[in-house]
Design a protein around this ligand. Structure first.
Ligand code: ADP
Ligand code: MG
Length: 382
């Protein structure tokens, strides 16, 4: 066999990467293009381009080649990241002189630390038990790790997203390499977000140049896992619809933790991926009253029985409680018992529609997933 032709590249991280790849090929005894192509499952042209083309090879392909040549994927990944973070790596350098200054090589640790969490929920109330449950799964004592995936499941409006965000903010110091967040929109009237799209967003948030992001989903997954390997990053996947939406987004090392919310129990994620499911119940009346008190104020103290009746009309569902509280706040001169009477007199759906924001309107939530609601809650809003 023999050496393959080198890519014409200016001095810089991409040239270092190319030189390291040729060196690896040499050390492996110069296996032929045909053998390499067979081993990595790509065409000979594709493999030849990885060695000789001035364009940066995709990480997915390079990783396979490095493995086929018994190289160190971590080392090559660092080289590849450095090469890919030089803007327009290949084309812009086509006519640069060889004496152009060496580009600074960013260390992996210099990549961006994403802080993607949306704001914490105002007036978050209760849930001490569920918070401890999530702690137990995602913040286990050193060496005691069984799973690093927690799944918060429960009916629409029960407070899965609120708890996930609250937990994530509170636990952020345990994840110094950042927090990634994606709303997978599994239950929106719009299409659920395809994992490949989320992968691209995550990679960009981690500082990977857009041009270095591969087209294929599996390659993006491999890239994300490489970037996250060994990092202490929290990945929050909100409103997941199926295991298939989540699996490509799972990091490969348990240095990371994953918190998923879903209306479904996602049995496959529990069985195959070792996720721990934490079912979120309705608020208990004490928590619900505390929330009403925070949101509505002294009227709850003045009319404890009416406040309780209001909570019961809401089935202690946090979403309904917040909508009812909003309703009460908009009628500061009305007594709570008058509100309860009004609730009882009208079809609940027409009363419990919060302004124009369809995402917080009970009506809208019901139309998205009426079938997923618990029977008694559905009954309430019928
Ligand atoms: N523990 C809580 N304290 C205060 N507000 C809450 C709590 N849980 C949920 N909420 C509020 O109830 C509404 C529905 O909660 P959300 O987390 O969006 O439900 P889910 O994600 O389960 O559909 C939101 O307005 C949220 O802020
Ligand atoms: Mg939610």
């Amino acid at each position: 066999m023999g050496a393959l032709s080198r890519a014409e590249l200016p001095v810089g991280p991409h040239r270092q990467l190319n030189a390291a790849l040729h060196e690896l090929h040499h050390r492996a005894g110069w296996p032929s293009l045909r053998d390499l192509a067979r081993e990595v499952g790509a065409s000979r042209t594709t493999v030849a381009a990885a060695f000789s083309d001035p364009r940066l090879p995709r990480w997915g392909l390079l990783e396979l080649l490095v493995e086929a040549l018994n190289g160190d994927p971590d080392r090559f990944h660092r080289l590849w990241l450095a090469a890919s973070s030089v803007p327009d790596a290949a084309p812009a350098y086509a006519d640069a002189t060889p004496s152009s200054p060496v580009q600074p090589v960013p260390a992996v640790s210099a990549l961006s630390v994403p802080r993607q969490l949306p704001p914490d929920v105002p007036a978050f109330t209760g849930r001490a038990e569920s918070i401890t449950d999530v702690d137990r799964v995602l913040l286990p004592p050193a060496g005691g790790r069984s799973s690093r995936i927690a799944l918060l499941s429960g009916t629409a409006g029960v407070g899965k997203t609120a708890l996930a965000l609250h937990w994530a903010h509170r636990s952020a110091p345990a994840f110094p390499d950042g927090q990634l967040y994606a709303d997978l929109r599994g239950y929106d009237p719009d299409q659920p977000v395809p994992p490949a799209e989320v992968l691209a967003e995550f990679l960009r948030a981690l500082g990977v140049e857009g041009t270095a992001i591969a087209h294929g989903g599996p390659e993006r997954t491999a890239h994300l896992r490489s970037v996250l390997a060994g990092r202490r990053t929290l990945v929050l996947l909100d409103n997941a619809y199926s295991e298939d939406q989540i699996r490509p987004l799972l990091p490969g090392t348990d240095s990371c933790a994953v918190l998923v919310t879903s209306r479904d129990s996602l049995a496959g994620l529990v069985v195959r991926d070792g996720a721990a499911r934490i079912d979120l119940p309705l608020l208990d009346p004490e928590e619900g009253l505390r929330l009403l008190h925070t949101l509505v104020g002294s009227r709850v103290d003045d009319e404890p029985a009416a406040a309780r009746a209001l909570g019961e009309r809401c089935a202690w569902l946090p979403l309904a409680l917040r909508v009812a509280a909003e309703f009460a706040a908009n009628r500061p001169r009305s007594t709570l018992s008058a509100l309860v009477e009004e609730f009882d007199a009208e079809p609940a759906l027409d009363v419990l529609t919060a302004g124009d924001d369809e995402h917080t309107a009970v009506r809208s939530v019901l139309s998205w997933s009426y079938r997923h609601l618990r029977a008694d809650v559905a009954e309430l809003f019928r």
